[in-house]
Every structure is written in C-alpha cells, then in structure tokens.
Write a protein that binds this ligand. Structure first.
Ligand SMILES: [Zn+2]
Length: 275
C-alpha cells in the first residue's frame, strides 16, 4: 500500500511539473521589465504562470553614475536591490529572478543566446518576452535578436513577444502609433505604476538610491503617463530587423530604383533613335 501511495505521489509530481506554465521576461537593464513589460508580468502571474525575470546586465555603467558616491560594486548591489523591489511589487519572488551580470552597453547576441539556452533548459517551452529590436539601445537589440534566433533554433517551440520601451517617450499621441505595433491596454495599471515608481526611491538604509529613475527621468514620466504597453507585431520588416538583415531593406529598394532609372534611360534612347 505504501509503495502504491509513493507511486501515485511520484506520478502526480511529474504531472504537475510537466503541466507548469512558465513565462520568462528578459530585461537587458534593471527597470526595462517594469517600463516595457510591467503589466505583462503582472498579467502572467494572474494567469498562473510560473514567472521568471532575467536581468542581463549588472548596471554599473549607468549614465548618471558620477553623481553617486558609491563604488561600482555598490552601484551593482543597489541596482539589483531596486529591481528586486520592483519585481516583488509585480508579484515575482526573489528566487525567481536571475541576474546574468554582463557589462552594460556591450551586450552581445551570443551572450544572450547562452542565457536563453540556459533558461530554456530550466524552463522548457516557455512563453518568452523581451524588449524590442526597434529600441535604440544596442543591448535591447542584442537580446531581441537573440530571442528571435532562439525561437528559430528551437523550432518555434517557445512563444515570443517583444515590448517597446522608448516608444513611451517617442509617441506623441496614440493615433500616431506605428502600424507594426500593437497597443495593449493596461490590465493592472496600479501594480505597474507602483513598480515603476519604486525606481525613484532613495533610501540608503534599504540600499536603494533612485538610480533607475535618475538615469532616464523623461522615459519614466512618459511610461507612467501611458495607459498601454506596446508590443511589436512580427511583420516582415520586423523579422528582417530581428534577423539583422537590415541591408536587405536598403538593397532591394535601391535595386528597384536603379532598375527604373535604367529602364527610363533605355526608353529615352529608343525614342531618340526613332526620331
Ligand atoms: Zn534598457
């Protein structure tokens, strides 16, 4: 009888771990998770996903670092602390946060591929989200490209989504939304607002110095005013950018323009000869 109970328990354990739904959110920098995907993270938790936040860089080279009397090591600690607080507000527990500690501004696609591979082994076939290839920061482009590459490498067994960070500041009105972007109305605006606002906290006792907010106050203000999160639609142009085949985007129109010029030249030549 005892053996039977143990067997049933084991089968149930296997079944629940297999049935567990995982959602992974990759943030190139601490704060991107809340600014770009805070509502998506809160929604994943509400939908019962085991939700993991992966932070790729250590944050030591934050733009406004000069104004702090902190060492680089303390900056790294403070930025981790800021992220842990914001993620906990969104509903992600500290043990579900992975810090990769790559250097800022130097993030490469191959580093990101390694991280995605590692995370995919821990949480296979997950729903994976990150920032957008249209974001101007090269670290954002690196993780977006790596996630698309992993999606292809894994035979599309993971689902992927890309959320824009800088569009919050760049978009003047919602009717000017680029066609390749979907505006998703916030489901948990209060939770998202609290998470974003926590990056303003200055409290040395808690080990936070408002570094995230100080680095980009305008972006924070714009994100706080927004009623949406912005997700890329996977148009053919977006896929070309994700595959880093931007050159194709330039070469094809250039070839068409060149061909048209040649045709008009030949046409004029024929007309001239006929006269
Ligand atoms: Zn960022």
């Amino acid at each position: 009888m005892r053996k039977l109970i143990l067997l049933v328990f084991f089968v149930l354990l296997c079944w629940t771990s297999h049935a567990q739904k995982n959602a992974i959110f990759f943030a190139p920098h601490a704060d991107d998770e809340s600014l770009a995907m805070g509502d998506a993270i809160a929604s994943a938790i509400a939908e019962g996903y085991n939700t993991i936040v992966v932070v790729l860089t250590n944050g030591k080279d934050v733009g406004s670092v000069q104004q702090y009397t902190l060492s680089k090591e303390d900056i790294i600690k403070a930025r981790k602390r800021e992220l842990i607080i914001a993620a906990e507000i969104l509903g992600v527990e500290e043990e579900n946060i992975i810090f990769e500690n790559y250097d800022d501004d130097k993030l490469t696609v191959s580093q990101c591929l390694k991280t995605i591979d590692k995370v995919n082994h821990l949480y296979p076939n997950a729903k994976m989200s990150t920032v957008s290839v249209y974001d101007t920061h090269p670290d954002h482009q690196a993780i977006a490209r790596a996630l698309y590459q992993s999606y292809l490498n894994l035979d599309k067994k993971i689902s992927i989504a890309f959320y824009r960070v800088y569009l919050h500041a760049d978009l003047k009105t919602i009717d000017k939304l680029p066609r390749s972007v979907e505006a998703i109305p916030l489901k948990y605006p209060e939770i998202r607002r609290k998470a974003i606002t926590s990056y303003k906290d200055y409290d040395p006792i808690k080990g936070v110095y408002g570094i995230g907010y100080d680095a980009e106050p305008e972006l924070f203000k714009a994100a706080l005013e927004s009623n949406y999160e912005y997700r890329d639609q996977l148009s053919s142009k977006t896929i070309l950018l994700l595959k880093n085949e931007r050159s194709t985007l330039i070469i094809i129109p250039a070839l068409i323009a060149g061909g048209l010029l040649l045709l008009s030249y030949l046409f004029r030549l024929v007309i001239k000869q006929r006269r």
